[in-house]
Design a binder for this molecule. Structure first.
Ligand SMILES: Nc1ncnc2c1ncn2[C@@H]1O[C@H](COP(=O)(O)OP(=O)(O)OP(=O)(O)O)[C@@H](O)[C@H]1O
Ligand SMILES: [Mg+2]
Length: 458
């Protein structure tokens, strides 16, 4: 097999020579140049798949220029080298599509780790296994929407998939933060490795620390044997930290250490462990505000926010609603095993008028509920939650005309009462004067035992 060709652009002799020695010792072909001008000449002649470049170069053409121009010409994997204090520039480089950056002085291991993953990335690119357009990324990850805002998101996501940078996804509840995180992972050079997700809001500090970093036996009451943490489980892969805005300050420090030094201590242990994990964090909080209020560490914020993806709320991209409706009708036609036709223009209009505080998850729930309720193959107005119908206020209304089959009327009445009680079956049973068992029995009969689809997140 041909040796991987790596272009090294570095004006400091010591660093350049060190890079070449290491790469050659690991069976790579290193082509070294000392200026941006030479690098650009080299790139025009031979499209090096992997480039390592210092950000600051002495001539007129900087490392950033090389990054920009090379990325315009073809799709190399580029590792930037920065001096201490150039973090702002490094972040800019990641946004321009650099694979990663290393801050001087760096260890041989992290250099090789990055170079090896860049080689894998190039292999997947040449085998056409990575998407080459935002549309392709949307298609292969089931993300629906072609509004301007969604296209912007997919463009950033495509770039993010090609880098190893930390990502912060912000957006309201139900906007698709987890979906996009998975899409990035599945289209990145880490896709063959683990994707591990954790919700940071639901655990106490002790449990979160132990879940992330693992613990040794006896480190706290209940720690009856050693346990590995998610950083170890996700080694070589991706860790999705959901609700990252809820992480306490004492755990924030520990995560910062992993991001800065690539190492951590399991709970109760004195032996540090190495971490090789890409972090994707998500939050529906305004983190910058939390930073200003002193609730979130500023340094961690900047470490997480290397690439920022803001998921737009559904009300700001209503043109996506028709596509989403069809997507969910198709989805639930399969899971409910019920063929339902596309909605009428009137229903579409109502769904477009609504404000969607619960975003796409709410739309998904509304479609599921309507499909469960509708007797035939058409979703009509009466199967939408009452608060969506203009002029009907918040209380769901029920239009059961004489002659409606009793079964159907019963279903409608129970579902709407459940909506009123926010899914609380006990309370709904009380209001309806029937037993809890009866509601549960019916729910099972309609195939919605596990989840009554109408939660309205506020
Ligand atoms: N663009 C989209 N196309 C298709 N389905 C989507 C899209 N966005 C979100 N969904 C679906 O909506 C639901 C909610 O998405 P997801 O769980 O990713 O949201 P979230 O932002 O993580 O929400 P939360 O903050 O509540 O955790 C999921 O079932 C997801 O598959
Ligand atoms: Mg989520």
């Amino acid at each position: 097999m041909e040796k991987p060709q790596v272009l090294v652009v570095e004006d400091e002799d010591v660093c350049r020579n060190m890079l070449c020695v290491v790469l050659k010792a690991h069976d790579m072909e290193a082509h070294a140049v000392a200026s941006g001008e030479e690098a650009w000449e080299g790139i025009k002649q031979q499209r090096f798949p992997v480039i390592i470049s210092d950000i600051q170069l002495s001539g007129k053409i900087s490392g950033m220029d090389i990054l920009r121009q090379a990325k315009e010409l073809y799709n190399p994997s580029i590792l930037m080298i920065t001096a201490f204090g150039e973090i702002g520039m490094a972040v800019e480089a990641m946004r321009l599509g650099a694979f990663n950056y290393l801050t001087k002085p760096f260890g041989v291991n992290s250099l090789l780790e990055n170079v090896n993953r860049m080689i894998i990335q190039q292999k997947t690119i040449s085998e056409n296994l990575l998407p080459s357009s935002p549309e392709e990324l949307s298609r292969n990850s089931g993300i629906v929407g072609n509004s301007r805002k969604m296209c912007d998101v997919m463009n950033i996501a495509l770039k993010a998939a090609g880098t190893d940078a930390t990502i912060l996804i912000t957006g309201e509840s139900g906007t698709g933060k987890e979906l996009i995180a998975k899409a990035i992972y599945q289209n990145s050079s880490r896709k063959g490795r683990e994707f591990v997700a954790i919700n940071c809001a639901t655990l106490t500090d002790e449990f979160l620390e132990s879940a992330l970093f693992g613990h040794v036996k006896g480190s706290y009451t209940g720690a009856i044997k050693d346990k590995i943490g998610l950083f170890e489980k996700a080694d070589g892969g991706t860790l999705f930290m959901d609700e990252a805005g809820d992480i306490s300050k004492s755990i924030q420090v520990k995560i910062l250490r992993v991001l800065q030094e690539g190492e951590y201590l399991p709970l109760g242990s004195t032996e540090t462990k190495k971490a090789n994990v890409r972090i994707i964090a998500a939050t529906n909080k305004d983190l910058l505000k939390a930073v200003k209020n002193g609730e979130f560490r500023e340094d961690l914020y900047y470490r997480l926010n290397v690439i920022n993806i803001m998921m737009p709320p559904l009300r700001e991209r209503k043109s996506d609603i028709p596509l989403l409706i069809n997507h969910f009708i198709k989805k639930f036609s399969d899971t409910l095993n019920k063929k339902v036709a596309q909605v009428t223009p009137e229903i579409e209009e109502i769904l477009k008028e609504y404000d969607w505080p619960g975003n796409i998850r709410e739309l998904e729930n509304v479609i599921e509920r309507a499909m469960v309720l509708c007797p035939g193959n058409r979703i009509s107005k009466k199967y939408l939650p009452g608060n969506m119908i203009p002029g009907k206020g918040d209380v769901p209304s029920i239009t059961i005309v004489p002659g409606t089959p009793l079964k159907e009327a019963e279903k409608e009445l129970i579902m709407q009462t459940l909506q009123l009680t926010n899914g609380n079956k006990q309370e709904a049973a009380k209001m309806l004067g029937i037993s809890l068992r009866k509601i549960e029995y019916r729910a099972k009969e309609w195939g919605i035992a596990g989840s009554i689809p109408f939660a309205h997140p506020v």
